[in-house]
Write a protein that binds this ligand. Sequence first.
Ligand SMILES: Nc1ncnc2c1ncn2[C@@H]1O[C@H](COP(=O)(O)OP(=O)(O)O)[C@@H](O)[C@H]1O
Ligand SMILES: [Mg+2]
Length: 253
Amino acid sequence: MIFFEVDGLTKRFGGVTAVNQISFRVKRDEVVGLIGPNGAGKTTLVRLILGILRPNAGTVRFRGEDITRLKTWDIVQRGIAGTFQNTRPFRRLPIIANVMVPCLGPRAARRGEWVKTVEARAMDALEFVGISDLAREPASRLSHGDLKRLELARAIATEPDLLILDEPFGGLNPAETELLAKSIRRLHRGGRFGRLHSEGAAMVIIEHKLSELMKIVDRVVVMHFGEIIADGPPAEVVRDPRVLEAYIGKEVG
Ligand SMILES: Nc1ncnc2c1ncn2[C@@H]1O[C@H](COP(=O)(O)OP(=O)(O)O)[C@@H](O)[C@H]1O
Ligand SMILES: [Mg+2]
């Protein structure tokens, strides 16, 4: 069965076709980088996948199921989680509560989990990203770098099989970037992190900073003006003339 598949996905905003007939697949054990110049349509694509936007055409399938018209909440319940380019936490809630919210729902109920269990796992997610000491602070207290970590903790606490990260390294300094890259690699390998359990998450990582991304991914999909212009191994993609042209004046790799 195809693990994850986007087929002919299209989104128009007035006269702008932000995402134009996009099709690609992700395998269960893959880490895919999604790159492209500013305005290429990467964030729009992620928002379509996560059910935040409705497409004009096309489908998103996860484990054989059409999830195109599902709400974000129901998509998370099925095992897809994402982090967003612009973080918007519940600022007045404690950090731990921010992590717990997406975990409480039908899936938790089916597993026989309730607040204490979910809280324990949320704490381990905060531990994993390195901000468990701030768990009881309101989210409004967090620095930009720590907000990025909260975003990641919130996603991984749901124990996703597919994790979608939109510019996870944005605004991070080199040390923070290195730390986060390490966490991402650990999540992909999977394992037990306290009460948090991961069978190894497939990933789609959107990133502007290509040098860091290229070390993590198995494959790169390149978008330009809403379309895919290349899809292949990192070493091939960075030599592709169409990709170089799209990035003219910018560094690739
Ligand atoms: N909510 C929106 N309303 C109108 N236009 C939008 C909206 N979101 C994105 N766009 C437009 O869609 C295109 C793709 O944007 P985006 O997906 O943010 O690109 P990227 O993430 O690759 O930089 C841009 O031209 C952008 O201006
Ligand atoms: Mg974007």
